[in-house]
Design a protein around this ligand. Sequence first.
Ligand code: NDP
Length: 247
Amino acid sequence: MENNIKGKVVIITGASSGMGEAAAKHLSALGATVVLGARRADRIEKLAKEIVDDGGKALAFAVDVTQRDQVKKLVDAAVEQFGRVDVLLNNTGIMPLSLMESLHLDEWDKMIDVNIKGVLNGIAAVLPYMKEQKSGQIINTSSVAGHKVFSGSAVYSATKFAVRALTEGLRMEVNPYNIRTTIVCPGAVKTELLEHITDANVRQANEDYVGAVGISSDSFARVVAFAISQPEDVDINEIIFRPTSQE
Ligand code: NDP
């Protein structure tokens, strides 16, 4: 049976570590051409080389998703090189958790810029191509924290609730163009995400929790592959997954 992944051009943001990196490896192993975006060029170039050395097709493109022109250049480069864009995995995110009373205002701004505006920049860059193609899939990474607010997660959760809202709104608008949208909501996954928490107590508590229950990034890669692999007339709108032992 065809996997409906082979030959697809998949752009992945946040591909330099964690779940984006795992998705890139898994999808390329299933035959996708992957276009890797993140700021750390050395990491995505190394990953792209590994994929190409293994017989796959990959392109690395340094991008800061908060910069709309850079995101457009990433997508334009993918189309120029490979002729089309079938999937955008808008996966970039940061999670500097803190209590609101600590007033980490710069971190609030950064989360809004990366987690919301970054996703919008990706959507804006691929939509004209996907409308023209009359096909495509936009997969946005939200979170269990996009369904449920925890103490310390107010702003992060707000950004992830926003990702779900804008993805569902987009779905209703773009289905006439045969464009699918998917929200993926992971629970605790062991990645580099906690490294940016500046509040020592909040970071320790999260490291203890994710260290105890967190699962591997491969879980995310499999979920994304499942959503892409459906026949074109089936749109997996949202998937929530979490460690079996997560509350
Ligand atoms: P990582 O920190 O390992 O990965 C985050 C990725 O985002 C990195 O590749 C990083 O690359 C990239 N990134 C950060 N800022 C920017 C930017 N301004 N421009 C471009 N790329 C950027 O974390 P995860 O793999 O865990 O996170 C992936 C997604 O999953 C995020 O959206 C996160 O919110 C979400 N999530 C994670 C959960 C978890 O438990 N791990 C649970 C639920 C959701 P670079 O620094 O090179 O730019």
